[in-house]
Design a protein around this ligand. Structure first.
Ligand code: 13P
Ligand code: SF4
Length: 304
């Protein structure tokens, strides 16, 4: 850490204490942001942490849908998103209006939304899921037909793990789409002993080459437990920081260095400091939408 980062970090820690704040960071955040967070995790772990924190302020180092989920779960807390432009392009690939229209077309289908969706879309859904619990959530449903939104690739992966009839919304993650099957094949030639982990947001051709298909939290657990010394990581590059830090004797090879999410990288130490100073930008969800979205998120959290 250089002198400037050290100075900002000291100020953040002082203000965090004064504001009774907690800093939650997603696994794709910049290394220096992960290093000052109280909790670093995947979307499921972050929602669970937000649900149980006793802090008065949550500084959410991630993208908007994550901060919104924290606000849905904790309406009495101040939720800060240090850069208001940190959105998720996949979450923006469906609006509540479009979902309502599709529900009318497929009358009777049960809507499952990936947590990477707006509060309004969650409010129109029966239950929410993350990449860590998607199969478990779908399997728990007594539904003839499921409409899964917005990620077609996570939806496709789930459909290979269940007998349920699923209709998939055509959304996708532009960052995971940058990982191609050729990237994995090249890495496997370079590191023949390596285990291949990929995220279920990847395309089916990439998933077909994986040893394990896991959420980012699942990848962290796998990396700790495996005997393998070399691991090819098929997800956003930011995870390599945490994996390397937690497993010093192991080598983590990005499947593609192009897989960097520009939105996740918008959060910086400076912006975290400013957000704690100003208690802004805040994220809050209108009460009517919040209550309906909360029902979908709560159902998911009960399943775990
Ligand atoms: P997880 O960390 O929950 O696996 O999600 C990945 C992701 O793309 C979040 O935006
Ligand atoms: Fe959205 Fe993909 Fe970025 Fe995750 S990595 S926030 S799904 S664009």
């Amino acid at each position: 850490m250089d002198n400037r980062d050290a100075e900002i970090t000291e100020k953040i820690l002082g203000l965090k204490h004064k504001r009774k704040a907690v800093i939650l960071a997603h696994n794709y955040q910049r290394g220096e942001v992960q290093d000052i967070a109280d909790y670093v995790g995947d979307s499921l772990g972050l929602s669970q942490s937000a649900a149980r924190t006793e802090a008065e302020v949550i500084v959410f180092c991630g993208v908007r849908f994550m901060a919104e989920t924290a606000s849905i779960l904790c309406p009495d807390k101040t939720v800060l998103l240090p850069d208001p432009h940190a959105g998720c392009p996949m979450a923006n690939m469906i609006t509540a209006k479009e979902l309502i229209k599709k529900k009318e077309e497929l009358s009777g289908a049960t809507v499952v939304c990936y947590i990477n969706s707006s509060a309004e879309v969650k409010a129109e859904s029966h239950i929410c899921c993350t990449s860590a619990n998607a199969v478990k959530v779908i399997e728990s449903l007594d539904a003839k037909e499921i409409l899964f939104v917005p990620d077609q690739y996570l939806g496709h992966y789930i459909s290979t793990q269940t007998d349920k009839k699923m209709t998939l919304w055509p959304g996708f993650c532009p960052t995971h789409l940058k990982i191609r099957a050729e990237d994995i094949s090249i890495r496997k030639l370079e590191y023949p002993q390596a285990k291949v982990l990929v995220h279920p947001e990847c395309i089916p051709e990439v998933i077909a080459l994986a040893d394990e298909v896991l959420s980012t939290g699942g990848m962290c657990r796998f990396a700790r437990q495996t005997e393998a010394k070399e691991i090819i990581v098929g997800t956003e590059m930011g995870l390599i920081h945490r994996l390397s830090k937690e497993n010093p004797g192991k080598e983590f090879i990005p499947a593609s260095e192009r897989a960097a999410c520009p939105n996740m990288k918008l959060i910086t130490l400076e912006k975290i400091l400013w957000s704690l100073e100003d208690l802004a930008p805040q994220v809050a969800v209108p009460e009517g939408t919040r209550l309906r979205a909360k029902a979908a998120v709560d159902k998911m959290l009960e399943i775990g």
